[in-house]
Design a protein around this ligand. Structure first.
Ligand SMILES: *Cc1c(COP(=O)(O)O)cnc(C)c1O
Length: 432
């Protein structure tokens, strides 16, 4: 299978190149040329399959031409090594817990899969691969953990100073080894812009073997489609329409859901839930795309003012009318989000994180305004403890850090401070 650029100014490439390059030279995003439909037999027997078997089947259909079957199976099984349970709050409201991985957020799925796949593609290379990643919090920790100790790969994480939680920061600044953290005196958008500029810089590309690991890498997107199938499998009543509510920032998670639907998963509706950074809900309403600087919120992993996967969404749909048929967008402010965390605790005795809370609000609104008779599935993108500073005051109790994570708080932070000036980053990378 070939992967084309959404800008179509470069020739399509094979999987290895798409994964290692991350971004096409024309600054578009890679997309698979063909999204295969899974056979009916797969959906008929889905309830008998384990999550790993489902993931292998989906991966094989998408990537089977590009990687040897046994090797692909080995990659999928080592990457998807934790569950995605569906928790029922009521007849209409389900929570898909995507936080059972190493860094307690859904990004572990994409990052682990990408790390294993890249590790496979660089086996036996002489020059190391340099991965640059901008993070507003969770990407950095998931990528750092996914790649930690993968031979032949070095990772540089750029994160906005003072804008990620203490616990998040510890997750990517304490590993050392092949992981370096750069603390940028700016916003997440500045970090993302620096990374984009690095990929377009001639000198850097001549001296280094650069690659990206943001949600823009196609190998992050593919495994994120697996758990949509896994969620569907766990629904008891499959007759009702299935609605996925996706708390969104860069829209990688939602785009992965669109792939799952294209592969034949019966999803009747997507709800794009955002915080005050309502670029996509606004686009769906007005038809005009107006990116702007990000606004800081309590659901900070979604503080994105120019969602990078918009290009892919546009590519899948062509025009806004088509997108509107499948996606409804709702946005909520911090006050509403805080209240939702309290409501969910009081009503269901469930502790939801601020991102999931934005999703919960969107599902509530959808049920009220559009359709009551559904299976509504909110993607719970992170464990509430990752945002304990925000969650605890709302629910009036401490959110405990899982035992296996406590050691992190004791570890010293190792990061290198830099400004938002590109020359500074370039110097650093060339001297490293
Ligand atoms: C990254 C992230 C999101 C946003 O996901 P996108 O794929 O960028 O839309 C939502 N919640 C959490 C906890 C995240 O880490």
């Amino acid at each position: 299978m070939k992967y084309y650029s959404t800008k179509r100014q470069t020739s399509p490439v094979n999987l290895k190149e798409a994964v290692l390059k991350g971004l096409p030279a024309d600054n578009g995003l890679f997309m698979p040329e063909h999204i295969p439909s899974l056979p009916n037999s797969f959906f008929e027997k889905i309830e008998q399959l384990s999550f790993q078997e489902i993931a292998c089947e989906v991966a094989h259909n998408l990537l089977g031409e590009d990687i040897d079957k046994d090797k692909l199976q080995e990659i999928v099984i080592s990457a998807i090594n934790f569950p995605a349970p569906l928790v029922s709050l009521s007849d209409t409201t389900y929570i898909l817990e995507l936080f059972h991985g190493n860094t307690l957020a859904f990004k572990d799925f994409g990052a682990r899969f990408m790390a294993k796949l890249m590790g496979y593609f660089v086996e036996g290379n002489t020059a190391a691969l340099d991965i640059l990643v901008a993070t507003s919090g969770d990407t950095g920790s998931a990528v750092a953990h996914g790649f930690f100790n993968v031979p032949n790969i070095h990772v540089t994480v750029l994160y906005p100073k003072g804008k990620v939680s203490n616990f998040q920061e510890k997750q990517f600044t304490t590993l050392g080894g092949n992981i370096t953290a750069l603390e940028i005196d700016g916003t997440f958008d500045d970090c993302q812009a620096l990374v984009k500029q690095a990929f377009l810089d001639k000198t850097l590309n001549e001296s280094l073997n650069l690659s990206s690991a943001n949600s823009i890498n196609i190998s992050r997107l593919i495994p994120q489609s697996f758990y949509y199938f896994e969620a569907y499998k766990q629904l008891k009543d499959k007759q009702k329409p299935t609605v996925f509510v996706v708390p969104s920032g860069n829209f990688g998670n939602l785009t992965a859901g669109l792939l799952a639907k294209k592969m034949g998963l019966p999803i009747s509706q997507f709800v794009a839930a955002t915080n005050a950074n309502d670029i996509i809900p606004n686009y769906l309403q007005t038809g005009s795309y107006s990116p702007r600087p990000s606004i800081q919120t309590i659901s900070n992993a979604m503080d994105v003012g120019n969602p990078s996967n918009f290009q892919r969404m546009l590519d899948l749909f062509g025009k806004v009318e088509e997108m509107r048929n499948q996606i409804i967008g709702y946005a909520f402010d911090d006050e509403q989000t805080a209240k939702a965390m309290r409501t969910v605790k009081e009503k269901y005795n469930y502790i939801i994180d601020p991102h999931g809370a934005v999703g919960y609000l969107a599902l509530e609104k959808y049920i009220k305004e559009v359709n009551k008779d559904i299976n509504g599935i909110v993607l719970e993108t992170a464990h509430p403890v990752k945002f304990a500073e925000v969650v605890s005051p709302q629910i009036g109790e401490e959110v405990a850090i899982p035992e296996r994570m406590r050691y992190l708080l004791e570890k010293p932070k190792m990061s290198i401070p830099l400004g938002t000036d590109f020359e500074g980053l370039k110097d650093f990378l060339l001297k490293k």
